[in-house]
Design a protein around this ligand. Structure first.
Ligand code: PMP
Length: 382
């Protein structure tokens, strides 16, 4: 067959296939990996075949090539500008995902005799604390019941090398509205922002380090971003594994080895998308609008649904709630699936329901969920 006809057939075939995918695309309320905007998926589709006309795929792009340097530089610049990251902060990317940072934080910030101070508000801060305790010395500064957040100021002494907290607890559905308050000045605050990264403006200068896994608001699994004050990138008194050393990433401009180019590229597409949509204030406005609608629906149908998190601590990203009659949970999940809404079940450790409304979740999809909740409630009231 003529090569041109073969090419045309392939293009037409792809388009037909893409249209079919669009019609069957589900509304995915997963906590992560989660929905990506359709325009980002379209760019990925094209880049997988031919990356920006280079004649090779993004999947075939070398981690030491000038092409990847451009991707990385643009990604860094966009994060710096979207989050107004001050000049005395470094932005690095670390393969290995979120939990790798649970180990990296103590290994990079702890002094010989110091302690990591942990504010334990839910599953993810607890796991981070356990990893610190496993590797060295951790103190729990505060521990709640998973449905509340601290409001008081913390007293710390100079044995505490840093104070760690999880800004948004993905499993428990709580979110800080401002960083925990410290009585003593100069405490190094470290925040896990994996599940609310790029969802609202952040005053970076209040933190020593902010890190986030990409797979919720900003891309796909396997890569985390770290925004760290430069003076905290220090030589260690005793060696730590090279691939867990933040310095190594800073010194190599985040290319210490064959890093996953594709993950960087998807994050770049997300950065462009967030900017085109109006930036972090707009992401925050949308997040409040979407989560507000679901919390209102829960409260309006309070004989059927319950969210036991006080309003001031409720997450804009992960809405954790349940049915008053637990035996109806599976029916709700099945009805949601029948209407094209998937992954509404709660985390296995908590049960109930959880819907995640990250940046890419459109408002009309949330309206559909609210309509289902109301309809379901009408049929099961009393
Ligand atoms: N922190 C938070 C807040 C998370 O939600 C998650 C994953 N859901 C992690 C850390 C761990 O990320 P990973 O699975 O990439 O290790």
């Amino acid at each position: 067959m003529d090569v041109r006809i073969l090419f045309l057939n392939t293009i037409v075939g792809h388009r037909f296939c893409w249209e079919r995918i669009m019609m069957t695309r589900k509304i995915n309320f997963a906590a992560g990996p989660s929905m990506l905007p359709l325009s980002v998926l379209e760019d990925i589709r094209d880049a997988v075949i031919d990356f920006e006309g280079h004649g090779y795929s993004i999947l075939e792009t070398n981690h030491r090539s000038p092409v990847f340097n451009v991707i990385r530089r643009e990604l860094k610049d966009r994060i710096r500008s979207l989050m107004s990251v001050p000049d005395n902060y470094e932005i690095v990317f670390c393969p290995g995902g979120g939990r790798q940072q649970f180990s990296m934080v103590p290994l990079n910030l702890m002094t010989e005799k110091g302690f990591g101070g942990y504010v334990v508000t839910g599953k993810w801060s607890e796991l981070a604390m356990e990893e610190c305790a496993r590797l060295s010395r951790a103190v729990t500064l505060w521990k709640g019941n998973g449905r509340e957040l601290p409001t008081e100021s913390f007293e710390t002494d100079d044995r505490i090398d840093y104070v760690y907290f999880c800004d948004n607890e993905t499993v428990d559905g709580t979110e800080f509205s401002a960083p925990p308050k410290m009585k003593s000045p100069g405490v190094i605050l470290v925040a896990d922002m994996s599940s609310n990264f790029m969802s609202r403006p952040v005053n970076v200068s209040e933190y020593g380090a902010i890190w986030a896994g990409m797979q919720k608001n900003f891309g796909i699994s396997g890569l985390s971003v770290l925004i760290v004050r430069r003076d905290l990138l220090r030589e260690k008194s005793a060696p730590i594994p090279l691939m867990l050393d933040w310095m190594k990433y800073a010194k190599t401009d985040s290319v210490p080895n064959s890093v996953p180019v594709f993950q960087f590229y998807v994050a770049l597409l997300m950065a462009r998308w967030v900017e085109n949509q109006g930036g972090l204030r707009e992401m925050d406005r949308r997040a409040r609008e979407k989560s507000g609608l679901i919390y209102e629906t829960i409260d309006a149908c309070s004989s059927v649904y319950v969210c036991d998190i006080p309003p001031a601590f409720r997450s804009r990203m992960n809405i954790v709630f349940s049915l008053r009659k637990n035996e109806l949970t599976d029916d709700f999940i099945k009805e949601a699936e029948a209407r094209g809404m998937i992954n509404v079940a709660g985390h296995s450790s908590r049960g109930g329901l959880r819907v995640s409304l990250y940046n890419a979740m459109p408002f009309d999809a949330v309206e559909k969920l609210s309509a289902l909740m109301k309809d379901f409630a009408c049929r099961h009231t009393g």
